[in-house]
Ligand binder design. Structure first.
Ligand code: GLY
Ligand code: MN
Ligand code: MN
Length: 461
């Protein structure tokens, strides 16, 4: 067909189930470092003596009748392949010297289905575009795995994550064992592939940092838009719509998690999803929302007054949370654990609880020791961020340059007889995304203001 060249993702109708021109093959969701990531994984598997890695993209999940939820590949699969379709598998055979063979299994082209759902890449094009040595039709998956697993010492796969995968592994193992009489050795170990890929995913490569920076920028602009839009009388869902508009307007494909827009008493519900409540004069609005861009999450929380001006009580609590976040930012650097910024934030929050007379204890140490501060601060101060909003990595992971974490202290004061009424229904969280650098951190999400004065200025403007 003559005419203008398509941009990536643009499909000519006459390509349906006929041979795709190279420029018509959709690009990887994210790239182009998949080969380098595969090589790092291969090196580790070789050090363990070699084996065959098996990784599934996942399947479409039906929402109702023939209507599926939007498909999104398993993050480990995206990380290593960038291949966007459901029902795909990635295999890598690694010998003990580190020689590899990679195979992508995917759905065949299908003229009927493509009329409804759009182009499938198909095995003919999948290998060249998606970082595999060869691609096969999904129907050959079992035979291919069984052939590649012969004489390999181990399977590398997600273990205990999915019953169907566990069963499939059992089937593959028994099929390879059945070849024992022909002199083929079967793997005698299954090693958890998720843990190995998690160690890699913790440190973001240059492509990942670029994408996450952009996702953070878009989300910050969405928060600015929502803040500037808010007036008493607007419903939570209208404010959510402003966020979504900005995410999509700037090319983000999705939200990274269900957007939290919590007004008044809802601000004390940690994961309140935007609902139909109108925002009232004198109340706070807490927004915890971030887009997903090319598979990568962002995660920002801001809390602001619906009418543009904090009450004295709101401002007093707000400034405690700002100070707690600042302390946590200072405590976030290579070498520490996520518990260090958490402890730093808790100390400032606890001091604030004492100063505001929300608690009866006489000392900050007594308040922390007793755990009574958890009445007002009951969550952790941060988590790793990446392909998943609550990304790989845990409290035992020492921070290192190239990791990205959130820093998100808060205070949540529900109505109670022992609390002065001016503090009732004040729920405040402030959350930024932090890239660990060689010495400290860079905050990626400061495109939206944090200081109370700056927020009031934005809302006045
Ligand atoms: N939005 C969930 C979180 O902040 O961890
Ligand atoms: Mn969040
Ligand atoms: Mn978070």
């Amino acid at each position: 067909m003559n005419g203008p060249s398509p941009t990536p993702g643009e499909i000519f109708y006459n390509s349906l189930a006929s041979e795709l021109k190279p420029q018509e093959v959709p690009p990887p969701v994210h790239g182009p470092q998949h080969r380098a990531r595969q090589a790092r994984l291969a090196q580790w598997i070789a050090q363990q003596g070699g084996g065959i890695a098996v990784l599934a993209a996942g399947e479409e999940i039906i929402r109702n009748r023939d209507n599926p939820f939007p498909f999104r590949s398993h993050s480990d699969f995206l990380y290593l392949t960038g291949f966007p379709e459901p029902d795909a598998w990635w295999l890598m055979r690694v010998d003990d010297k580190g020689n590899t063979e990679t195979v992508l299994a995917c759905r065949p082209r299908d003229a009927e289905r493509e009329i409804w759902d759009g182009i499938r890449v198909g095995p003919q094009h999948a290998a060249q575009r998606f970082s595999a040595d060869r691609a096969i039709d999904l129907s050959s998956l079992d035979d291919t795995v069984i052939a590649l697993a012969g004489d390999m010492p181990a399977f590398y796969a997600h273990m205990g994550m999915d019953a169907a995968l566990d069963e499939r592994l059992r089937h593959w193992l028994s099929a390879v064992r059945a070849k024992g009489r022909a002199g083929v050795n079967a793997p005698d170990r299954i090693v958890d592939l998720g843990a190995a890929i998690a160690r890699q995913r913790l440190i973001k490569d240059s492509d990942e940092i670029k994408t996450m920076r952009r996702a953070a920028e878009i989300s910050a602009q969405a928060h600015v838009r929502a803040m500037a839009f808010t007036r008493p009388g607007h419903h939570e869902f209208e404010i959510e719509a402003e966020l979504l508009h900005e995410f999509r307007r700037q090319g983000a494909q999705s939200v990274a998690y269900g957007s939290i827009v919590a007004s008044g008493p809802h601000s004390c519900i940690l994961h309140h999803r935007a609902g139909s409540r109108p925002v009232r004069d004198g109340e706070l609005v807490l927004i915890d929302a971030g887009c997903e861009l090319d598979g990568y999450a962002s995660d920002i929380t801001r809390t602001y007054p619906a009418n543009g001006k904090f009450t004295p009580a709101q401002r007093a609590v707000y400034d405690v949370v700002v100070a707690a976040q600042q302390a946590a930012v200072h405590a976030t650097r290579p070498g520490v654990l996520l518990s260090d910024p958490h402890d730093a934030a808790v100390r400032v929050l606890a001091q604030g609880m004492l100063d505001l007379k929300l608690v009866a204890q006489s000392s900050i140490d007594a308040l922390i020791e007793s755990g009574d501060y958890k009445r007002f601060y009951m969550h952790r101060t941060g988590h790793f961020l990446g392909l998943d909003v609550h990304d790989v990595g845990d409290v035992k992971t020492p921070l290192a340059a190239g990791m990205i974490t959130t820093i998100e202290p808060g205070l949540y004061i529900r109505p109670a007889d022992d609390i002065p009424t001016e503090f009732w229904n004040i729920g405040i969280r402030i959350e930024d995304d932090a890239l660990l650098t060689a010495a400290d951190v860079e905050l990626l999400t400061r495109g939206v203001p944090v200081q109370a004065d700056a927020i009031e200025g934005l809302m006045r403007g």
